[in-house]
Design a protein around this ligand. Sequence first.
Ligand SMILES: Cc1ncc(COP(=O)(O)O)c(C=O)c1O
Length: 373
Amino acid sequence: MKLFDVYPLLNITPAKAQGSWLWDENGKKYLDLYGGHAVISIGHSHPYYIKSLTDQLNKIGFYSNSVQNPLQEKLAERLGQISGYPDYQLFLCNSGAEANENALKLASFVTGRKKVIAFKKAFHGRTSGAVAATDNPKIVSPFNACHEIVFVTMNDEEAFSAVLDDTVAAVIIEGIQGVGGIQLPHDSFLRFLKRKCTVNGSLLILDEIQSGYGRTGKFFAHQYAGVQPSIITTAKGMGNGFPIGGLLIHPDFKPWSGMLGTTFGGNYLACVAGLAVIEVMEKEKLMENAAALGSYWLNEIGKISTIKEVRGKGLMIGFDLADDKKEVRTNLLFNHRIFTGEAKPNTIRLLPSLALTREEADIFLKALKQELE
Ligand SMILES: Cc1ncc(COP(=O)(O)O)c(C=O)c1O
């Protein structure tokens, strides 16, 4: 059987990884500033993470959501504490798209409404409603397009007010748009959305799948604006590579038996991966590290005169290259062996592990300057 060929692949085969570094099958070493799409939060192959997963696997690897699983409760408690949302309820699933899919479904259940407001350049995943709320017609099939979604320009209060009505179940917005090229909603815009949603009886869903889990220096990016969403969705950094996603749900919304569900969500291995991530983040002060190194990078990258614009918070950074510098990302990879991310048309995205060191940050700055000079 052949693979269903949907991914444009780089001709590199990683064989091992440690911290912010990868080695390919020929032993070539790469600095990983992309973390496999913002997934590696505490660093590759962290010894505590490996031990937690190995110990759990030696006890029990899987059973279903029809029996008691104290690890889910432990994860909910620790996540509630570290995120500053101790009163919220946690629903565990397996990926970012699944988290958003469940968030949209829950909002529709709660309000009895169907319409969703999303934002231009948004990316929320590839499943039914999540991809319909994604601003990329190329990946939305006719089957997905049956959802009632309206796209509005981010930070445009007037445009938003014009489409908000009493049929709107939810407003979904990324804490910082990732795939869209590291675009930031203004703090005042998030506060405006929260006020409008409250008055209108619509749910505000904050998609923190890429911008969450300490990456911006706060646990969730929207916490810079001081708003409390109805639902927060999370995945990526939550398991440092083990598939896990979740919804943090406001205490006002009451569950009923069977309302949401999944076979694999909240399994033992996912829970211990999630717990290990939180424990390492706390012990190694990774949020503080992300904030400090992020400010350093923003400042230093901002000084490079050929860079058009640099945006971001903490270790979620994007900068735009001039049209004649399109080859910089490829050169960083093949000349300097540094993985970065991209966003169309011309943005480089930096989404490294939150355990990045100052020395590693400097290796990148040196290579970038060489490429741009
Ligand atoms: C903001 C955001 N939401 C949702 C998703 C979808 O997550 P997943 O690929 O785990 O389904 C992504 C993935 O890139 C994302 O960046």
